[in-house]
Ligand binder design. Structure first.
Ligand code: NAP
Length: 253
């Protein structure tokens, strides 16, 4: 059982019915936070909420497609019902196309930037009225090592993640005087549905593992611990940082 650093805190984690988002929600709840989980599909929300509440965790779930303003509004209404918001984790991302950045179609580019970048920007703006009422508001984006050094076959996706690194710096500067921190956690390769084309294909898997000095892919819980650190009082004085959690992979890129 992790230490309970988040008792009394209220957290929103987007795209949290599976993969990294689910592991983050699980970890924050195990540390004592009340967590609002969400994703697009009602069935996924229902199942994930059930699983977490079966463990005795204080979790509530609702459907939210992060690109839809009315869905995002529901998250904050829910948080208000519970008394406010202390922690926002913006985790959703899509990658509709595999290929180099200049091969990306306009429609895929728009979708990638709408979900991966604009939704984080909008969620941040929309969370502020509640975060300002918290004693120490936290904003955490899930970006990627691909944001530091683009992956050949994830061109536009990588650029979207680089944009988040800049948003962290700019928003952190603006919000630091209000004691609201803004940081990102940047995973390497994590075994989730999102990365399964790579991690499940034997040749791609071997090539990818050769790039990871620790010799294994991350599991979602490897990422959740860093988010919990930033969300807790241990992360009180950390802002404007893009933290890499990648088994040493960033040193190879
Ligand atoms: P994942 O396993 O594919 O998880 C997807 C989750 O996101 C599901 O709960 C899904 O539920 C939800 N979702 C998808 N689109 C959504 C949307 N538009 N709005 C709300 N929820 C949505 O993905 P993951 O690998 O955990 O990735 C999470 C984050 O980590 C992403 O930002 C990704 O870029 C980043 N990341 C992942 C890796 C990796 O290797 N996996 C590496 C670096 C960074 P529904 O289908 O019900 O919506």
């Amino acid at each position: 059982m992790p230490i309970k650093r988040l008792i009394g805190k209220i957290a929103i984690v987007t795209a949290s019915t599976d993969g990294i988002g689910y592991a983050i929600a699980h970890r924050l709840a195990r540390e004592g936070a009340k967590v609002i989980i969400s994703s697009r599909k009602a069935k996924n929300v229902e199942e994930a909420t059930q699983k977490l509440t079966n463990e005795g965790l204080d979790v509530t779930g609702l459907t939210c497609h992060v690109a839809k303003a009315e869905d995002r509004a529901k998250l904050f209404q829910e948080a208000s019902k519970f008394g406010g918001l202390d922690i926002l984790v913006s985790n959703a991302a899509v990658n509709p196309e595999v290929g180099g950045v200049l091969d990306c179609s306009e429609s895929s580019w728009d979708k990638i930037f709408e979900v991966n970048v604009k939704s984080s920007f909008m969620l941040t703006k929309e969370a502020l009225p509640l975060l300002r009422k918290s004693k120490a508001g936290r904003i955490i984006y899930i970006s990627s090592v691909a944001g530091f050094q683009p992956f050949d076959l994830l061109g536009a996706y990588s650029v979207s993640k680089t944009t988040l690194l800049g948003l962290v710096k700019a928003a952190a500067l603006q919000l630091a005087p209000e004691n609201i921190t803004v940081n990102s956690v940047n995973p390497g390769l994590v075994t989730t549905r999102f990365s399964s084309a790579l991690t499940q294909n034997p040749a791609a898997r071997e090539a990818a593992l050769a790039q990871i000095p620790m010799g294994r892919f991350a599991v979602p819980d490897d990422i959740a611990g860093s988010v919990a650190f930033l969300a807790s009082d241990d992360g009180l004085y950390v802002t404007g940082e893009n933290i890499v959690v990648a088994g040493g992979m960033a040193s190879r890129l």
